[in-house]
Design a protein around this ligand. Structure first.
Ligand code: NDP
Ligand code: OXD
Length: 309
């Protein structure tokens, strides 16, 4: 079966081996070796060249090499009639939680101050609130948000989780829907963003929200850059309303050289590295889903284009 693959050249061999290990009849095609485009039934992609997927007239499913799908849907010329299957992967979820816990602890224990003090050879301890006094609010309770909430709860932080639909998570205060958003952000000493980018979440973190958050709170964004109004965040950082932000995703990636985030003393930039896709486990998941299709079944989870995720 012909599968079009598009991602980082450097990872190609790994993917080819991993997919072949699961699907011995897989015939992987790359941009320079597409052959007859009508053969291609499945596409496994991260940010394919604009319009390219439309060339595959017999395309049945697009598999995202990532939990998010904006790298496909933001192309104005993608074939909207072809369902997209999102990546679900235990390792991606685990990595995301580790990234979040790292920054929660960094902020909670004021570790940045020790970095500065070391430069000045200064021996000075800082008091910090107990975990129980630092509420962490997590936006998005899907595969990543749920796991992050549970792990933060296990560290005895009070946790609020927010989603579109109501959830029940043991030991976590769960709220849902737009009407409760103000409450969620106003009690967030640390706000973690794990929402997908959709029309409803674009610019969702803006001046109004930053002003609702407690003074001196922290932000961790692992979602997509366009959920934040950057100008508003920079202003909130400058006044100290937001004490610091750990940003992994940006409106434009790579982050342009002249972007003020690079040099802001209270911004921590990581290059979309919170939870990189693991070739082996992701290939296993995608190959299993392709096998389901070949056997006449329906893969999952399929993106609901009306919701946008
Ligand atoms: P899921 O689809 O599993 O979960 C999304 C969650 O967001 C769901 O709980 C959903 O609510 C909630 N949600 C969506 N829209 C709204 C809304 N308007 N209001 C309130 N809640 C909403 O996503 P994942 O956990 O897999 O991933 C989340 C995002 O994280 C991805 O879309 C991607 O952008 C980003 N990501 C970033 C990575 C990185 O390395 N930086 C790696 C992986 C993901 P409900 O449950 O009710 O449907
Ligand atoms: C993803 C991502 O969506 O890496 O998985 O952002």
């Amino acid at each position: 079966m012909a599968i079009f693959f598009h991602w980082d050249q450097a990872t190609r061999d790994l993917w080819q081996t991993s997919i072949a290990a699961q699907l011995n009849d897989a015939d992987l095609r790359f941009e320079e070796s597409i052959g007859n485009p009508d053969d291609v039934e499945f596409a496994v992609v991260w940010a394919p060249p604009s319009g390219l997927l439309k060339a595959f007239t017999n395309l049945k499913y697009i598999f995202s090499i990532g939990a998010g799908v904006t790298h496909i849907t933001l192309d104005p010329d993608w074939p909207e009639h072809v369902p997209i299957v999102r990546l679900q992967d235990r390792l991606l979820v685990q990595d995301m939680s580790c990234h979040i816990i790292h920054w929660v602890l960094h902020f909670h224990r004021f570790y940045a101050r020790y970095g500065h003090q070391q430069t000045a050879k200064q021996w000075l301890r800082h008091r910090y609130p107990s975990n129980a006094e630092r509420r962490v609010s997590v936006l998005g309770l899907g595969q990543t948000g749920l796991d992050a909430c549970e792990r933060l709860r296990d560290l005895e932080f009070p946790v609020t989780g927010w989603a579109r639909s109501q959830k029940t998570i043991d030991g976590v205060r769960c709220l849902s829907g737009e009407a409760t958003f103000g409450t969620v952000v106003s009690e967030a000493n640390i706000l973690v963003n794990l929402l997908p980018l959709t029309p409803a979440t674009t610019d969702i973190l803006n001046a109004r929200v930053f002003n609702q958050m407690p003074e001196g709170s922290f932000l961790i964004n692992c979602s997509r850059g366009s959920t934040i109004v950057d100008h508003d965040l920079l202003a909130a950082l400058d006044t100290g309303q937001i004490e610091a932000a750990a940003l992994d995703v940006f409106r434009e990636e790579p982050l342009p050289q002249d972007d003020p985030y690079w040099t802001h003393p209270n911004v921590y930039v990581t290059p979309h590295a919170a939870a990189p896709t693991n070739e082996q486990s992701a290939a296993e998941f995608i190959a299993q889903q392709i096998r389901i299709c070949v056997d006449g079944g329906t893969p999952s989870p399929i993106v609901d284009l009306k919701r946008g995720y």
